[in-house]
Design a protein around this ligand. Structure first.
Ligand code: ZN
Length: 156
């Protein structure tokens, strides 16, 4: 793995990642390059997108780090994930990629899968809120995260 100016390159995908769908793998790759079409990246491309965070409605510019980590909505999801998987050592950071990397050594082998399932679920929720005007309660998101984690670990 090496770090670049725009993100982190993973030189070799893990077996766990390989059981995820290609859509999820592309999502994770874009997230790690900071190339997801969040509002800050849309503005770089001169696309109109300045409605603020669709999950908390309280942040003027959606970035990947805000959406997946710093947003109160995401933070509540991560706290539920932490309790669900009994992760006593979860360390929060100021960057979503650093958050993933920093917790890899201490959380254990499930961490990559938990991180992928949680960020993917938050991304789908964000898209549903923007494009379908549908907001699901957090317990449904938790059900989806646990289903994905169980599936991806079972198939690995
Ligand atoms: Zn937010």
């Amino acid at each position: 793995m090496k770090s670049t100016g725009r993100g982190v390159y993973i030189q070799r995908s893990t077996k766990r990642v390989s059981v995820q769908t290609s859509t999820v793998r592309i999502f994770l790759w874009l997230l790690l390059q900071d190339r997801l079409l969040t509002q800050n990246n849309l503005l770089i491309r001169n696309w109109p997108a300045n409605d603020g965070c669709p999950c908390c409605f309280d942040h003027p510019l959606e970035t990947a780090t805000h959406l997946f980590l710093l947003c109160p909505f995401a933070n509540s999801i991560w706290n539920r994930v932490r309790h669900l998987y009994n992760i006593t050592t979860l360390l929060f950071t100021e960057d979503v990629i650093a958050f993933w990397l920093r917790n890899r050594p201490t959380v254990g082998v499930k961490w990559d899968t938990i991180w992928a399932a949680t960020t993917w679920t938050i991304w789908k929720e964000r898209n549903n809120r923007i494009f379908k005007s549908v907001a699901r309660p957090s317990f449904l998101l938790m059900q989806e995260i646990t289903t994905l984690v169980d599936l991806w670990i079972t198939l690995a």
